[in-house]
Design a protein around this ligand. Structure first.
Ligand code: TTP
Length: 615
């Protein structure tokens, strides 16, 4: 559900950067002979040459499209090179593309707040960088404009070929422009520099949109592709939106967009202008009505999040036509594979980025054989996520069974599954210090030896071996996809209610940090928890951040020890000190006392946060 946010009073400069035919470029870098050639990347599948997922601009000239299969692409473009996506566990392995995307993000993030929106696109908030340029080194003469910036497309400027570059140079240096447009001009120059750096350092081209909000930047980034950028001056917003088909707008591609067309006869964003805010609210509720009213005027207050890492991890596989899965054992076989990959990815996120995923969700597409035209969807199911491949596999299968049970509605009929995916979401950073708690939990040798824990002992499985947690499965309301939108939408829905100043993201993150720390500490303090598990309160997220092995818990003693750890956030240095002091028990005491210190900190933080959100 879209949520209207007030647009900040201060002018902003936001860029949306999108890589050009990304998987193809990654493959062209691996094999330079493919450069400049009609090329497509095909999904692992031998049916009709596999499905195309990325198509080079050279191949697009021949009419090759992503919706085609390899055989069809060859028929329209006989010279096309088809490159298979790397395969692991019988499905596409996207790691190569993910890490190529990270290379680009690292460069783009150097100039301002950066939000990784997908495998190949980011948002940048360049307001500060643009303001600085305007103060320190504003563009002053058309001749001095850097060539890539001079190639920008400026909406509303006459674009006749001979004059285009001259017009752009003049526009970027206009002394009589308003402050917002002067900032946008600086933003365009900064983005052009960034794009050149991306090309030089990664060999990838990208395209970009530069505007005063995310919505407009995203809408125009793909307008001139490949390797170009488009700027939206404030004076061009209304004209641009007037003829924009509603379905092109983020969040209007689905039911809401269809309802606008069918129920209100709205075909373009401009058509929305004829409705009052009240009228739109009458039809779609207060929030959505206001959001629609605002987007029609180019207003969107959505912030660029400071996030270089993905919001969720998902692994999926489709089983079209005769490949559909028709029994539990084939579903289990595939879920095991998907969970194996998911487990590797969340584990590496935990090890490298100290991030923990809280929720496991299973999505599937299913049909009833002889289902007499039933259109019921396979319900998505979620549960608290337990780390460890075996546990993920076990839980995913339980989610599947729960979903199938609801899907079949007690009918004793055959079924077939045409897609399966598992998603790890609600990912947050472990508060500094907590990782060291987990380190102590995990290291089974911590009682016996005084050695310094190895930093690699971040837990492989900070989850309880407790089936009761898995049974607390609830229906997910979201669409079965990995899109970032869903998560951010639900966050913003809360934030609109609780905290209009956009603090909910921060607040909810901090609250969950508190809860995590509490929950970890609870388990540290309660060695018996594995024997007497209780059904978790769903509000107390996440309850599953505890070790699955009581031997890791019991070593923590109730003994006194120098409380000299408050400044120590790093478990390694603590244990190094304690190892020197007391070769037998010191390390255990240290962990315990340190965790007490953390409890104090956490309680204080909790009080602050409660005050902040008015709980
Ligand atoms: P896109 O950014 O949608 O497209 P693209 O980068 O291939 O081409 P463009 O220049 O038009 O932006 O997708 C990024 C990558 O994501 C794409 O190279 C392949 C992958 N992808 C899929 O695997 N399946 C899909 O359905 C889509 C849309 C993309």
């Amino acid at each position: 559900m879209p949520v209207a946010r007030p647009e900040p009073q201060e002018p902003r400069v936001i860029a949306h950067v999108d890589m050009d035919c990304f998987y193809v470029q990654v493959e062209q870098r691996r094999n330079p002979e493919l450069r400049g050639q009609p090329t497509a990347v095909v999904q692992y599948n031998d049916w009709k040459g596999g499905g195309l997922i990325a198509v080079s601009y050279e191949a697009r000239k021949f009419g090759v499209k992503r919706s085609m299969r390899g055989d069809e692409a060859k028929s329209v473009c006989p010279g096309i090179n088809l490159v298979q996506v790397p395969v692991a566990r019988g499905k596409a392995d996207l790691n190569l593309y993910r890490s190529a995307g990270s290379e680009v993000v690292a460069i783009l993030a150097s100039k301002g707040k950066c939000e990784r929106a997908s495998i190949d696109e980011v948002y940048l908030d360049l307001t500060d960088a643009a303001k600085e340029m305007l103060l320190q080194a504003p563009p002053y003469s058309p001749d001095q404009i850097f060539e890539e910036a001079a190639k920008s497309n400026i909406l509303g400027l006459p674009a006749e070929y001979s004059d285009k570059e001259k017009n752009v140079r003049s526009w970027l240096c206009r002394a009589d422009a308003d402050y917002q447009d002067k900032l946008l001009a600086c933003g365009a120059i900064i983005v052009a520099h960034l794009r050149v750096r991306v090309l030089e350092e990664t060999q990838f081209t990208c395209s970009a949109g530069i505007a005063h909000n995310k919505m407009l930047a995203k809408l125009v980034s793909g307008m001139h592709k490949p390797a170009q950028q488009t700027v939206v001056p404030s004076s061009s917003v209304q004209h641009f939106l007037a003829s924009l088909p509603v379905k092109k707008m983020k969040q209007l591609g689905g039911k809401l967009g269809s309802s606008l067309q069918d129920d209100l006869g709205v075909e373009t964003i401009g058509d929305l202008l004829s409705f009052t805010e009240e009228k739109l609210q009458e039809h779609y509720g207060v929030n959505t009505g206001t959001w629609l009213w605002k987007i029609a005027r180019g207003i969107s207050g959505e912030e660029v999040e400071d996030r270089l890492l993905p919001k969720s991890h998902g692994c999926g596989k489709t089983f079209p036509g005769p490949r559909a899965l028709k029994n539990n054992s084939s579903v289990k076989g595939w879920l095991d594979q998907l969970c194996e990959e998911l487990s590797e990815r969340i584990q590496s996120d935990l090890n490298q980025n100290k991030r923990i995923a809280q929720t496991l969700t299973l999505h599937a597409r299913a049909a009833k054989v002889n289902g007499y035209g039933s259109v019921k969807k396979f319900p998505s199911k979620s549960c608290p996520l337990r780390y460890g491949t075996g546990k993920l596999q076990e839980d995913a299968m339980k989610l599947f069974e729960a979903g199938l049970h609801d899907f079949l509605d007690s009918q004793n009929t055959k079924w077939s599954i045409t897609s399966l995916s598992v998603i790890a979401s609600k990912i947050f950073d472990i508060p500094s210090g907590t990782s060291s708690i987990l380190k102590y939990i995990k290291a089974p040798s911590s009682t016996a030896t005084s050695s310094v824990p190895d930093s690699s002992t971040i837990p492989e499985d900070p989850s309880p071996d407790n089936n009761i947690y898995v049974t607390s499965i609830h229906e997910e309301q979201c669409e079965p996809s990995f899109s970032e939108k869903e998560d951010s939408t639900s966050v913003s829905a809360i934030s609109a209610k609780q905290c209009p100043a956009n603090e909910e993201n921060i607040t909810s993150k901090k609250l969950s940090e508190v809860k995590v720390t509490n929950s970890i500490l609870k388990y540290i303090k309660d060695p018996s928890f594995t024997e007497t598990p209780s059904i978790p309160d769903s509000s107390a997220i996440p309850e599953d951040l505890s070790p699955d092995n009581s031997t890791y818990v019991t070593p923590i003693h109730e003994e006194q020890c120098e409380p000299s750890f408050s400044e120590k956030e790093d478990g390694t240095s603590i244990s190094a000190i304690s190892a020197k002091r007391c070769p037998t028990h010191e390390e255990k005491r240290t962990s315990k006392k340190w965790s007490e210190v953390k409890v104090q900190e956490v309680l204080q933080m909790q009080i602050k946060l409660k005050n902040m959100v008015g709980l």
